[in-house]
Write a protein that binds this ligand. Structure first.
Ligand SMILES: Cc1cc2nc3c(=O)[nH]c(=O)nc-3n(C[C@H](O)[C@H](O)[C@H](O)COP(=O)(O)OP(=O)(O)OC[C@H]3O[C@@H](n4cnc5c(N)ncnc54)[C@H](O)[C@@H]3O)c2cc1C
Length: 375
């Protein structure tokens, strides 16, 4: 395994760190408050900064530099979890979908603004009361004149209320396609921003489409088979895995700092074995999670036959460790940890989303088992 980081990526990683030094180390939750327009404004402001530093361009052309990317992603996910997800869905899912599978005209229209952080993207795949692993999509794109009419509904869409473009997965007579729907399009209804357990700076909503007209030049596909959908799901899982690493780092840093400074019985609490053992366990989980995530990324880069199974192992381990490490951190912070607004308490709530979204922990384990059995 070669985990060397390239010069370009090292520079971007350092620049991203610099961006969030000092006063701006905060999640979108505290930067933007509750108002959707303010969240959109704060997201665009930070996308602009990230774009300037080259963050939004990475992986757009499907360059297989996943190890470097994971390391850079981990850094941003640790300082601003909600902004990280909003930026990743824009660049690494929506942007990569257009850049890898889109037409030249689609790329010309969307990618320049996206690279500069002037555009927010969303991708609506999974639907209410079904998961796309087991069930076919219910959303349809019916051919009509020079385009399609799209009808269906999606229960949860990250960036839904603030997106300029939503890529909607739907089935057509000729296979699966992604329909690029502009905000405020006829027939598109974006639901209210959902109140959620964690990721309080994210704007997530349901999205419904009723005979939404989409011209042919805004369609990616249709594709025969599910390869493209599976690839997009893999990108999603990679992001959620990196988010887990970020939460782990955030909780561990908070607990370590607190344990060194906070005194009880006239000594810093880190001097107590019970606290030290928790920190030891957290460090072990943190290092193991990173190793596994980097190994999965390296195998994906190398096109290894076990890459898909490793990606599921990494998602399960990193996202479940994120909850465990946050739980230890919260315990170490004591009463202060239980009060809202610290990285441990936030990480504890945030981690659940990572285990549910994308390929859920349950389905990931089934896929790992299938892989072991050679199914
Ligand atoms: C905050 C948030 C944001 C999201 N953003 C997006 C987005 O931007 N775009 C998008 O397309 N989707 C998005 N999703 C949807 C997300 O991908 C789905 O929630 C996820 O795939 C799980 O599907 P489900 O919620 O329908 O659960 P279900 O599939 O109904 O599953 C419910 C439970 O049963 C388990 N289960 C289901 N089937 C099986 C099985 N065969 N074997 C064993 N266990 C099973 C699941 O693991 C889960 O624990 C988001 C979800 C959340 C919570």
């Amino acid at each position: 395994m070669n985990f060397d980081f390239g010069e370009k990526e090292t520079v971007v990683r350092e620049k991203i760190k610099g961006l969030f030094d000092g006063d701006s180390v905060a999640d979108l939750a505290s930067l933007a408050g509750e108002d959707v327009e303010e969240i959109r404004g704060a997201t665009l402001k930070f996308l602009g900064l990230l774009g300037k530093e080259g963050f939004l361009t990475l992986g757009l052309d499907n360059e297989k530099n996943y190890v470097n990317l994971t390391s850079i992603q981990e850094g941003l996910a640790a300082v601003s979890p909600s902004l990280f997800i909003a930026a990743e869905v824009t660049a690494r899912i929506f942007g990569r979908l257009v850049s890898v599978y889109g037409t030249t005209d689609q790329k010309d229209e969307i990618i320049p603004s996206l690279r500069e952080g002037r555009l927010i993207g969303a991708v609506a795949m999974s639907e209410d009361a079904m998961n796309i692993e087991d069930d076919p999509l219910n959303t349809t794109g019916i051919s009509s004149g020079d385009g399609f009419h799209v009808t269906g509904s999606k229960g949860h869409v990250v960036n839904g209320p603030i997106a300029d473009w939503i890529a909607v997965a739907a089935k057509t007579d000729d296979g699966l396609a992604f329909f690029l729907v502009k905000k405020q399009s006829e027939g598109l209804a974006v639901g209210q921003r959902l109140a959620m357990l964690g990721y309080n700076g994210l704007a997530v909503s349901a999205v419904a489409l009723e005979n939404c007209p989409v011209p042919s030049h805004c369609v990616i596909g249709p594709f025969d088979g599910e390869k493209q959908l599976k690839t997009v799901r893999m990108w999603e899982d990679q992001i959620l895995t990196a988010s887990g690493l970020g939460l782990i780092k955030r909780s561990l840093d908070a607990a370590l700092t607190f344990a060194k400074v906070h005194r009880s019985g006239n000594k810093p609490i880190i001097a107590y074995q019970e606290v030290g053992f928790k920190l030891a366990e957290m460090v072990t989980l943190s290092q193991t999670a990173r190793l596994l995530a980097y190994r999965a990324a390296w195998m994906a880069e190398a096109g290894d036959t076990e890459a898909a199974v490793l990606a599921h192992c990494a998602k399960v381990f990193c996202t479940e460790s994120a909850e465990q490490v946050a739980s230890y951190a919260l315990q170490i912070l004591g009463g202060r940890g239980y009060v809202s607004g610290n990285p441990a308490e936030e990480g504890y709530r945030d981690a659940k989303y990572l285990q549910i979204a994308g390929t859920s922990s349950e389905i990931s384990r089934m896929k790992i088992a299938d892989g072991v059995l050679g199914i």
